[in-house]
Ligand binder design. Structure first.
Ligand code: PL3
Ligand code: FE2
Ligand code: FE2
Length: 231
């Protein structure tokens, strides 16, 4: 198992590990900040669920604090400029959708794509993390499942009226995930995380989410291919 092998040879204080960590840690901190902002914004759009969405946003700001502590513990300074650039395309798409009050697109970007990306990353990170970061990440990932579940439940309850917008939003945003994964491939590798494992975990989470919402296996196969094949 490459993952096990990596965990035996990782040196959390080496320059190569800390350099990679300065970008991955920043990405995670920025991702949690984006998630906080996105749930705040959604709470103004889905007023029936306002309290629920505010409570999700508060969890995100705790996650952010947890990952900031992970960087401090390793004496790493997160490269926040890199991380903002990393999230800029998804950020723009969420903001454009929010400006048009496209709730379905906003939920797909935040509660499906970003949460599945986080769940995949955190699941793959846990076995190769340092002890301090592992405990924090284990606590965080449990909550991310509840965020994914919020999006699934809402979209399932509104499936027929959301279907066309979900397909369009998937087509617009899924290719960005593959681009983002390619950008972190080398840094993730230096933390003991392989791109293939990240892709696999992401596809499983995202495919299951689409299935829970009401898409058929055939739909899911078609939707998952966007961006992977350059389509
Ligand atoms: C949602 O609550 C949080 C969003 C965070 C998104 C994180 C994406 C991370 C991709 C980088 C892959 C390596 C992750 C390492 C984990 C510490
Ligand atoms: Fe989070
Ligand atoms: Fe989350």
């Amino acid at each position: 198992m490459p993952q096990l092998e990596a965990s035996l040879t990782l040196d959390f204080q080496s320059d190569i590990y800390k350099d990679a960590y300065s970008r991955i840690n920043a990405i995670v901190i920025e991702g949690e900040q984006e998630a906080y902002d996105n749930y705040q914004q959604l709470s103004g759009m889905l007023t029936d669920d306002k309290d629920k969405l505010i409570s999700l946003s508060k969890m995100e700001s705790r996650h952010k604090k947890g990952f900031e502590a992970c960087g401090r513990n390793l004496k790493v300074t997160p490269d926040m400029g890199f991380a903002r650039e990393f999230f800029s395309a998804l950020h723009r798409n969420f903001q454009a959708a929010a400006a048009e009050n496209k709730v379905v697109t906003c939920l797909l970007i935040q509660s499906l794509i970003i949460e599945c990306f986080a769940i995949a990353a955190y699941n793959i990170y846990i076995p190769v993390a340092d002890d301090f970061a592992r405990k924090i990440t284990e606590g965080v990932v449990k909550e991310e499942y509840s965020h994914l579940n919020y999006g699934e439940e809402w979209l399932k309850a509104n499936f027929e009226s959301s279907k066309a917008e979900l397909e369009a939003a998937n087509r617009q945003n899924l290719p960005l995930v593959w681009k983002m994964l390619n950008q972190v491939e080398d840094d993730a590798h230096n933390l003991g995380m392989e791109k293939e494992a990240l892709v696999e975990d992401f596809m499983i989470q995202y495919g299951e989410a689409l299935s829970n919402i009401g898409f058929t296996t055939r739909d899911i196969m078609r939707m998952s291919a966007y961006g992977l094949t350059g389509a």
